[in-house]
Design a protein around this ligand. Structure first.
Ligand code: FHN
Length: 438
């Protein structure tokens, strides 16, 4: 009797451990990494792959219904002769960005790094034969720029990938008979292991493509997230699933929207979870991957204002660049990165290391805060008078951030009214308040 009970217990424990993998709680390094990540505030997203050669974005395989067989001839022609990782990192650093998130493998299934898990990769399948991710990693580590990896859960190339909503609509290569979740899951985890073993410290894995499968599909995320945290405890996990935060995720991603907004159609299912950091990713024009005809670039001023607004909403801003097939950033992107960099050089103190200030985002702008400094970022104001709903008696001084000239104020227990010397006209007029008590 005793023996059979023991047997039952053993079986039950085993079944449970397979059915439900518990997510490992975040380590001390991970919690520290989240803080440092929030301090960085600004990153550059890079969408680059063999699709860049076709000059019509990273979804071209799907949009033009290109078969797996036809598409797989692209790598043999991929030779980005002007690629120079040091130049990329210099441009990124000069823009004021502190980290870069690059597509290690996008939905087309082509790996932009040297991987033993599949020959369909930049080292083995292109005449370039160079591991651009390794070169970028070396340049980033040398320059103190953090490196994050975008990694697609969805795959239009591999026959073992379980057909999802996109691959069912366009039948790129295979049917249900070849799909094999176990094999595909093993492949992803092998690649993630390589990415977290061969390229030094990695700041984050940025997943995308979850939404390719209907509700109920089990991506086995807890075990995958645990693997990442086991390999590099400080590495953060983020997933662009457009859903509420899931267990084991260290930061929350918003696509083309600031946290809490829903203009893109991607953010409907997301509530802002303040227990983790937030990040807003955005295109500079209308495309992620290189698009040869898309010249609809946002102005540098608009991008700066979005970065400022994100900071005021306590979020990082991840701004995308889609390099050309020759390996260089488009000139429009270079110009904007330079302009943002010049602004950050002057005003970065009001952004880096701050958190969203005590006054929540308003139509006129936002506030950021670091200790007893409250920075009032005015991006749109008619007139010269601005009332802030804070205890005016708690404000020791008010000065213009640039030049430190005093700003006249009217104080009450309920508000502080700023009487600006002139109507704000620039991209961001910043008033620096010093608080008596935080
Ligand atoms: O389908 C992708 C798209 O190509 C791009 O990578 C963006 C970046 O946020 N995310 C996906 C759509 O949610």
């Amino acid at each position: 009797m005793k023996k059979s009970l023991l047997l039952l217990l053993l079986i039950a424990t085993n079944v449970c451990s397979y059915a439900q993998v518990a997510v490992t709680p975040p380590s001390a390094e991970n919690l520290q990494a989240r803080k440092e990540y929030q301090d960085m505030k600004f990153g550059i997203f890079i969408h680059w792959g063999v699709y860049s050669m076709l000059g019509d974005g990273e979804w071209i395989m799907f949009q033009k219904n290109i078969s797996r067989e036809e598409y797989s001839h692209l790598p043999a022609g991929f030779y980005p002769s002007k690629f120079n990782a040091d130049e990329w990192v210099k441009a990124i650093k000069d823009s004021g960005a502190k980290y870069v998130t690059i597509t290690s493998r996008h939905h087309d299934g082509f790996s932009m790094f040297g991987t033993k898990a599949s020959p369909y990769n930049i080292v083995d399948a292109t005449p370039f034969h160079r591991d651009i991710i390794k070169e970028l990693a070396d340049a980033c580590h040398k320059e103190g720029v953090k490196l994050h990896f975008y990694y697609s859960h969805m795959d239009w190339y591999r026959p073992d990938y379980p057909l999802g909503s996109t691959s069912l609509r366009f039948k790129p290569h295979h049917d249900e008979s070849t799909t094999d979740w176990k094999s595909y899951y093993r492949f992803m985890n092998d690649q993630l292991t390589e990415l977290l073993t061969n390229y030094g410290p990695i700041g984050a894995i940025w997943f995308d493509g979850y939404w390719d499968h209907p509700k109920g599909f089990d991506w086995q995320l807890p075990a995958q997230y645990n693997l990442i945290h086991r390999l590099q405890p400080a590495c953060m996990v983020g997933d662009n699933h457009h859903q509420p935060l899931k267990d084991g995720e260290d930061f929350q991603l918003f696509e083309q929207d600031l946290p809490g907004e829903d203009t893109s159609g991607f953010s409907q299912g997301q509530t802002v979870e303040r227990k983790v950091p937030q990040e807003t990713c955005m295109t500079m024009n209308r495309s992620w991957g290189y698009n040869i005809t898309d010249k609809d670039y946002k102005s540098a001023d608009e991008l700066i204002q979005t970065l400022v607004r994100a900071a005021g909403m306590n979020a990082n801003f991840l701004l995308n660049v889609g390099p050309r097939p020759d390996g260089q950033f488009p000139k429009e992107a270079v110009e904007r990165l330079k302009a943002i960099g010049a602004w950050m050089k002057q005003n970065g103190e009001t952004i880096y290391g701050t958190r969203g200030g005590i006054v929540p985002a308003q139509d006129w702008g936002v506030t950021t805060q670091k200790g007893n400094k409250l920075y009032v970022h005015i991006t749109r104001l008619n007139g010269t008078c601005l009332a802030l709903p804070i205890d005016g008696n708690n404000v020791k001084s008010a000065v213009m951030f640039i030049g430190k000239t005093p700003v006249k104020t009217v104080k009450s227990k309920e508000s502080l009214t700023l009487l600006l010397p002139t109507k704000p006209t620039g991209v961001d007029t910043i008033v620096e308040l010093t608080l008596k008590k935080v």
